[in-house]
Design a protein around this ligand. Sequence first.
Ligand SMILES: *Cc1c(COP(=O)(O)O)cnc(C)c1O
Length: 396
Amino acid sequence: MAEDSQGRPKPRRRAATQLIHAASGPGELVRTVGPPVQRGSTVLVDRAAQLYDNASLTYGRQGLAAQAALCAALDELEGAAGTCLYPSGMAAVAGALLALLKAGDEVLVADCVYAPTRRLCDHLLRRYGVEVRYFDPCADAEAVIAQVTSATRLIMLESPGSLTFEVLDVPGIARLASERGVLTAIDNTYGAGLLFKPLDHGVDVSIQALTKYVGGHSDLFMGSASARDPAVLRRLQDGVLQMGWAASPDDAYQMLRGLRTLALRLEHHGSSAVAAAAWLRDQPEVSEVLCPALPGARGHDLFQRDFSGPCGLFGITLSPAPQSAVLAFLDALEVFGLGFSWGGFESLAIHCDPQLSHRTIPCGLKGPLVRLHVGLEALDDVIADLRQGLDAFARA
Ligand SMILES: *Cc1c(COP(=O)(O)O)cnc(C)c1O
């Protein structure tokens, strides 16, 4: 029986109290391969003096064991001083931009950014007094930096570009920007923390939609922003705290599970994608393949210099044709699902032209644009499916 501090037996508690306090804390845990999925809003401290100790973790929103393990893994992959987690990839983009910009600042944004990033810039950032200017993703580093003004605080990059796969000279832009005292951030979702290492190339903040390849199964949302410099990291962390974002421990655990197989999956996605892209380049219905990993494709030289390999995502332009023929191509696909997002185990396709109308600088495409994500299916089946789609396109 429990005893009090004087060794007298403690009176038995009432059922209502027993129900609340029975089997609460975990005590010491045995070690498993992965972290415990620790759920908690309240964090209990041992002594009252610790309640206001800013150096220790005092609230579950800051992330517990599973989130900390995921952050540590991402720090290692990105070569970061620290990583912040966000409830989605888009929240990570928003979080980084809001943390680094204020009214009166100017941000230069690559014209090829993910469309929702552009929506954030055009609406929320402008409403809050941030000047937004877009630059040509095909411009060289000097031409990008030539657009920097005394108000420019940040250059927002994405490479390869969303949908159109322009490869930016990220190391060159980062180096020249830092000489001018301008921060750089990149949406590194394509690189997935493995194929491209922005922080090693001088970028200040690397953002990922973990939703894509890290999750890898099209069933989770999360984003991350990793920083090299502790002062920049601090600004990101303050932003997360001020905005009140939290990432769930269960989702963080699933993201860690995804990381375990990321390299193997990317290798398969990448080699199938390049093989499919090479095959597509020889098909008469295809006017251009936008796959910088493919020798001879636009952006290949920079890609070869900066990336350690491709992922499963690339674009094609079909021969000039009415929209109905493009829809016929997509509708004839059976291995490829029609849907947004990518990075999961399955092949997906979308047509892109409705998203391109928002661009500031014409992208010079040779026909209607389709984006393909090559999944983990057998390559022969993927190619047969694409042939079936192209046959329907040719008939339409
Ligand atoms: C999907 C995606 C995002 C957003 O991620 P969500 O988790 O869906 O919010 C951001 N950037 C890129 C390049 C993406 O493809």
